[in-house]
Design a protein around this ligand. Structure first.
Ligand SMILES: Nc1nc2c(ncn2[C@@H]2O[C@H](COP(=O)(O)OP(=O)(O)OP(=O)(O)O)[C@@H](O)[C@H]2O)c(=O)[nH]1
Ligand SMILES: [Mg+2]
Length: 388
């Protein structure tokens, strides 16, 4: 079968559909961050999720005091009280009333659309925790929301101990016996390190680990996709997808090895990269993600030219770049099941590397994506690909 017999548009649309479907399956984790202005809410969100809550991100004002950022199809939604402090009793009352309404409305909505946890943020430098703060936290708990107390910008000594003033503030908060989870714990965090001051970032992983047990299991995948603190959680998920796809491409253990349908393998690879991208929480938009994938895979294609990957590239490049590709006129030899599985897993692992880079470098140049892909693809296919 010749590659140019494929319906390119159909296959590229498939990527977009699968990407959307994968994001929908992952759902959305919603965190509410509350605290005084300047407490470090945006800095914390940034550090944990890599999402910039800059002044330009005005979000949707869903009530007078509460803003919602992100949300479906993204794996992360953020509620905050940006612009309003909690030191003014009347603001606190208004916010509580607004939250009561939101929580009541959300009861009729799917789990994925509710508030899953509140991080109540206090800056350790503020050296204060007001009665209005305590009242606010109690009200949140009364609404049935799990509240985690977070002390940010906590300095550490050279021996790695928390600064005594921060410890004293944490002790003060604990003595208030607030209904926070787990058991009044105060999470000690420094969202961004300062090398000049010898201050490392710390506490983010512990905060993340503490969050999983208090949110519904149904949003754990979304939390894994959204967070940027523990890459291994994403890797584990992505690896499952890749190995599952490779098995499917290989015809799941059929012996003797049959000749698999190359169109079928192509579809499996498309779905795999869509699912892997979603599992990593790549939210660059489906078009941009696909363009990077197309160029990245063309690196792999030069290695495995004339094979499955080449066809994938031909498909994607033709659709996304409108370019003529040399592979298009290749008559592709039938591929054995073993080869299909090996190529699928090699390209899946290579795409994982590209996703990991895109997380820290959203503007990753396409030629760099291609190089990263090709390196990993070469290593992986040497490891696993059967000869011819
Ligand atoms: N090093 C360090 N600096 C922090 C931390 N948290 C906050 N800061 C500093 O405090 C400033 C204010 O933090 P923001 O994250 O903007 O505070 P916010 O709660 O979002 O404030 P509003 O959006 O105005 O309500 C930041 O510019 C940081 O310089 C932290 O954990 N570590
Ligand atoms: Mg902010």
């Amino acid at each position: 079968m010749r590659v140019d017999n494929y319906d390119f548009r159909d296959l590229a649309n498939r990527f977009e559909d699968e990407y959307e479907r994968a994001l929908a399956a992952i759902g959305t984790f919603n965190v509410a961050v509350f605290g005084d202005t300047g407490a470090g809410k945006s800095t914390l969100i940034n550090a944990v999720f890599g999402r910039q809550l800059a002044a330009t991100d005005i979000g949707d004002s869903i009530t007078q005091h509460i803003t919602y950022h992100g949300g479906a199809p993204e794996p992360l939604g953020i509620y905050d009280n940006r612009g309003f402090g909690l030191d003014d009793a009347s603001d606190v009352d208004s916010i509580i009333a607004e939250l009561r309404r939101i929580v009541a409305e959300n009861k009729a909505r799917p789990i994925s659309e509710r508030i899953h946890v509140v991080w109540f943020v206090t800056n350790s430098y503020s050296r204060r925790f007001l009665e209005s703060h305590a009242r606010f936290v109690r009200a949140l708990a009364d609404l049935g929301l799990p509240v985690m107390m977070v002390l940010t910008q906590v300095p550490t000594t050279r021996d790695g101990e928390y600064h005594k003033d921060a410890v004293a503030l944490a002790e003060h908060i604990k003595k208030l016996r607030l209904p926070s989870t787990p058991r009044g714990k105060v999470y000690m965090v420094n969202s961004i390190g300062d090398p000049d001051l010898g201050q490392p970032a710390h506490g983010l992983r512990e905060l993340l680990e503490g969050t999983f047990p208090v949110v519904p299991a149904a949003v754990h995948e979304a939390l894994i996709a959204a967070q940027r603190v523990d890459l291994d959680l994403k890797r584990k998920k992505a690896r499952q997808i890749v190995l599952g796809s490779a098995a499917a491409a290989g015809g799941s253990g059929a012996v003797p090895v049959p000749i698999v349908s190359d169109a079928g393998v192509l579809a499996i690879v498309m779905t795999m990269i869509a699912k892997v991208s979603a599992a990593y929480g790549i939210t660059l938009g489906k078009r941009r993600t696909m363009r990077v994938a197309a160029v990245a895979f063309s690196g792999g294609a030069t290695i495995a030219s004339g094979r499955i990957v080449a066809k994938l590239v031909a498909t994607m490049v033709a659709k996304s770049a409108g370019k003529a590709v040399p592979y298009v006129n290749f008559a592709v030899a039938a591929v054995s099941a073993g080869t299909a599985a090996a190529l699928t897993s090699a390209s899946g692992f290579a795409w994982m590397k590209v996703c990991e880079r895109m997380l820290v470098e959203p503007d990753l140049k396409e030629e760099d994506a291609s190089r990263i892909f090709a390196e990993e693809f070469t290593t992986r296919s040497k490891e696993s690909a059967p000869k011819k």
